[in-house]
Ligand binder design. Structure first.
Ligand SMILES: [Cu+2]
Length: 284
């Protein structure tokens, strides 16, 4: 998770562009919406591919990500705007330089540890989207360059949209901080994440091992994940463009948690964690 931005991706994507042979049919993975429930959409991440629906209805959508790989993976959902297509996004990702403004990250479940799951709930409009994993390999290659990218079409809603579950805590992303509306207490918690900043941001939540700091975890992650992990990746909300929001549900235990944003800065390219978006919070 050293670089999560589209602009960090300059690697050739030719081998994976347009590859959709692993895409399942939408039917088994999309549950019909109940009166007041969100559409539940399940994706599985492996090293290095996604399995999940290619088409889902608009409305309140809960993405669930099951990490069946050996590395952390996330599911960044990008809306393709201004009449562009998935193919034009693939072409843009092959070019160096800043991300195109028409590729708008709208969140998605951030990375859980291998063997674990994460979730994210978002209100989706119809349109063309892509799902991508920007998490790097130990060698620093973004997973999307190894095949973790797929098109996702969001069709017209099939009924009235559900209302999001009430959030226990609202987390505001700013340049460069995470501001919580109230302390996080143990239990199953719904955390609403709102990006009201100028730049894109994410929140990756991790449970720190006893005696370990957020800087220990960052050093381990940036150093190629060598030795015992100083914490566990739990999930969170993947990159949100300005004005976007979403919420995730997580069971938190007493102890120290880390909040980290790996998105590269628009001005100097350093990950936002180097600008202060690496924070420890105490639960309990
Ligand atoms: Cu990945």
């Amino acid at each position: 998770m050293r670089s999560h931005s589209l602009c960090a991706v300059v690697l050739a994507l030719a081998p994976v562009a347009g590859c959709s042979s692993e895409r399942g049919t939408p039917t088994p993975e999309v549950q019909a919406p109940a009166a007041s429930a969100s559409n539940v959409v399940t994706f599985t991440a492996e090293d290095y591919s996604f399995k999940g629906p290619a088409e889902i209805p608009a409305g309140l959508t809960q993405f669930r990500l099951a990490n069946k790989g050996t590395e952390p993976h996330h599911l960044t959902v990008v809306r393709i705007e201004q009449g562009r297509t998935y193919d034009s996004l693939m072409a843009a990702l092959r070019r160096p330089g800043p991300p195109p403004a028409w590729a708008r990250p709208v969140g998605g479940p951030n990375a859980p540890d291998p063997g674990a799951e994460s979730n994210a709930e978002h209100m989706l409009e119809p349109g063309n989207y892509a799902v991508l994993c920007f998490v790097p390999t130990k060698e620093g290659v973004p997973h999307l360059a190894k095949g973790m990218v797929a098109p996702l079409k969001v069709t017209e809603a099939v009924g009235p949209s559900a209302t999001p579950r009430a959030a226990d805590v609202v987390m505001k992303l700013s340049d460069y901080d995470f501001e919580l509306s109230s302390p996080l207490t143990p239990g199953e918690r719904v955390i609403r994440v709102v990006n009201s900043a100028q730049q894109m941001h994410e929140v990756e939540l991790a449970k720190l091992s006893p005696g370990k700091s957020v800087q220990d975890l960052i050093a381990w992650e940036m150093g190629g994940r060598k030795g015992a992990a100083p914490g566990k990746w739990v999930g969170g909300i993947a990159t949100l463009a300005q004005g976007e929001q979403g919420q995730f549900t997580v069971a938190v235990e007493p102890g120290d948690y880390a909040l980290i944003c790996f998105v590269p800065d628009a001005k100097d390219g350093k990950p936002h964690l180097a600008h202060g978006m690496a924070k420890t919070i105490k639960v309990g």
